[in-house]
Write a protein that binds this ligand. Structure first.
Ligand SMILES: [Zn+2]
Length: 313
């Protein structure tokens, strides 16, 4: 295992925004054809608006990333109360005043999920549209050439979409019928095994994490922060788990506002995603909502706030 250190100031957004809003319809990260139901055991509290605490003091950039045993020693025995996709400590959208939208594409891997939507990738490239691809370890293993090409394209950033592509829980909680990790140690493995793979691809640690199904509990969120990553959720479900036809993808994405984080998928060629994105990009670009990178030095993003949780939630 590579010895990780916390990202330095130049490679990690100094401040990230935390936002709690009403849960959007979610079928992302489940199998294509999934519906928009929520997890079967989602308490109402998980949908509550999240407070926005004051930014915390910056972490020392030289502090090493904890090892597995450190994580177990610190977090074992905690009993989380929350379960959801938009909990405190998770980035859901950019701050008020942000100019542009964030496009994210999950590559979930596994049976039925190892495809490559090359038409989508080509569409983004031709349009010069920045995007973040959340890659699962299984997808990378199935598509090493495409993964490398994504890593080498300066338009694209690679995020961590887990090793087994399961919800991130310390108690084995489920979402969409998918059992999650069941301990702090399993959370560590789900994040860091794929982090090693991504580091090999890009030469640097991934900054963002989105678990399979996008569900986490607050202890898992704290662990992700401790490991030097920030959980990223979404505020717009762009392709309904790659099930929407192009017209619906366009409609959902065109309903976005500046600051929205849009989730779609790049692992289902033949879905409506690529055609819908192709239609949506000109609409976004002509209306002040052009896709932007997470880290952008332009006006409006300078005040991104550090999510809480670096010292535990
Ligand atoms: Zn996924």
């Amino acid at each position: 295992m590579r010895h990780y250190r916390r990202p330095g100031a130049g490679e990690f957004p100094r401040r990230l925004f935390l936002f709690g809003s009403a849960m959007t319809s979610l079928s992302a990260c489940t199998v294509a054809g999934g519906d928009s139901r929520l997890g079967e055991d989602v308490p109402a509290v998980a949908l509550a608006a999240a407070p926005v605490p004051e930014p915390q003091a910056a972490e020392p950039t030289s502090a090493p990333i904890p090892g597995r045993q450190d994580i177990v020693a610190e977090f074992a025995g905690r009993t989380p109360a929350l379960w959801g996709t938009q909990l405190p400590g998770t980035v859901v959208r950019l701050p008020e005043g942000a100019s542009g939208t964030i496009l994210t594409f999950d590559c979930c891997g596994g049976r039925g999920g190892n495809g490559v939507d090359q038409a989508l990738i080509d569409t983004l490239s031709r349009a010069g549209a920045p995007a973040t691809f959340f890659l699962n370890a299984r997808w990378i293993r199935a598509n090493p050439g495409t993964a490398k090409a994504l890593a080498e394209n300066p338009l694209f950033e690679l995020g961590n979409h887990g090793t087994r592509h399961i919800p991130l829980s310390v108690t084995g909680r489920s979402a969409y019928g998918v059992p999650g990790t069941a301990s702090a140690a399993e959370v560590y493995d789900e994040v860091m095994a794929n982090q090693e793979v991504l580091h090999s691809l890009t030469g640097k640690p991934a900054r963002f994490f989105r678990p399979g199904t996008a569900f986490l509990d607050e202890t898992a969120i704290a662990i992700v922060h401790r490991l030097g990553l920030t959980p990223v959720s979404f505020s717009i479900n762009g392709d309904g788990g790659a099930t929407y036809p192009p017209a619906t993808v366009f409609r959902e994405i065109n309903a976005s506002k500046s600051g929205d984080i849009i989730i779609s998928h790049a692992n289902h060629p033949g879905s409506g995603t690529a055609a819908g994105i192709a239609r949506a990009l000109p609409a976004l670009q002509s209306s002040g909502r052009a896709p932007i990178h997470f880290v952008h030095e332009g006006p409006g993003l300078a005040s991104l706030r550090q999510a809480p949780g670096a010292r535990g939630l």
